[in-house]
Structures are given as structure tokens and as C-alpha cells.
Design a protein around this ligand. Structure first.
Ligand code: DQA
Length: 141
């Protein structure tokens, strides 16, 4: 079975109540249940943290355990060289996901320190972006 990790960064634990006009009214846990039902042939591991170092530890732990990583590093995407370094340091392919279209928002969201270390990025397609990333890994498998 294909093993994929979904890693969500800061404030994504508040999905469903946080800026619903931008991020929608669904919490990630309920979306994740539907995602698992849609992809029964995939083992989906989920991790969320508001702490940069914990996200780095999780990425490093994916080295031996996962065949792909889907990461929404949230605000750290625009600030964290260390997260970009962690992605570069592991041989596991990583896809960057953003729920909102970061290129259509404030200028400071237009820079990502992780994008160039990932195999690709999905932005602006809502939670469906995570499903598209799973679909990509599955088709490559
Ligand atoms: C986000 C976009 C980021 O700019 C923001 O800091 C987030 C969420 C998104 O999924 O659209 O927290 O990553």
C-alpha cells in the first residue's frame, strides 16, 4: 500500500472556524475522513503542528516511513528556510498545497521558501488540492 504523509502547519488546526471566507467551513478532520474513504488503497498519515521544529522533525521521520509527503506549511511557507532545507534533505518527494490562491493575496504570500524543494505546488483549489496531490502520487505509484 502507498504510504503518504499529510503535514499541516500553523493555524490549520483551526480550519472550519478560521477566516471561513478564505479557507472554508470544513474542519480538516472531517475532510480527512472523506479523503481516506476516497482513497482506501492509500495509507494516509496525518500530522499537524503550530511549531516549526516539530514540522521539521516530522519531515525527517518521513525519510524511511513514507513514499510521499503532502505539506501545507501555511505561514511558514513564506518564512522558513529551515523547512525548505528539511525538504531538500529528505529523498521523499514532497508536494506543496495551499488551500487559498496565495498568488492572488498579499505580496508576502507570493514567496515560498519550500516551493523550489518540492516536486510541485497546488494553490487555490481549496481542500481538493490535497486530494489532487494524493491522486498524483497514486498514479505515479
Ligand atoms: C495557506 C496560505 C498561507 O499564506 C497562510 O499563511 C495559511 C494557509 C493556505 O492553505 O491557503 O495559513 O497555506
Amino acid at each position: 500500500m502507498l504510504r503518504l504523509a499529510i503535514i499541516n502547519g500553523p493555524n490549520l488546526n483551526l480550519l472550519g472556524t478560521r477566516e471561513v471566507d478564505i479557507y472554508g467551513a470544513e474542519c480538516f478532520e472531517s475532510f480527512l475522513e472523506k479523503l481516506k474513504a476516497r482513497f482506501p488503497q492509500v495509507i494516509l498519515d496525518y500530522f499537524q503542528s503550530n511549531v516549526e521544529g516539530e514540522l521539521i522533525n516530522k519531515l525527517q521521520s518521513c525519510r524511511k516511513e513514507m513514499e510521499g509527503v503532502i505539506i501545507n506549511a501555511a505561514g511558514y511557507s513564506h518564512t522558513s528556510i529551515a523547512l525548505g532545507d528539511a525538504i531538500a534533505a529528505i529523498s521523499v518527494p514532497v508536494i506543496e498545497v495551499h488551500i487559498s490562491n496565495v498568488l492572488a493575496r498579499e505580496d508576502y504570500r507570493k514567496t515560498s521558501f519550500i516551493a523550489s524543494k518540492c516536486i510541485g505546488s497546488i494553490s487555490g483549489l481549496g481542500l481538493e488540492g490535497y486530494a489532487l496531490a494524493v491522486q498524483y502520487f497514486l498514479q505515479k505509484h
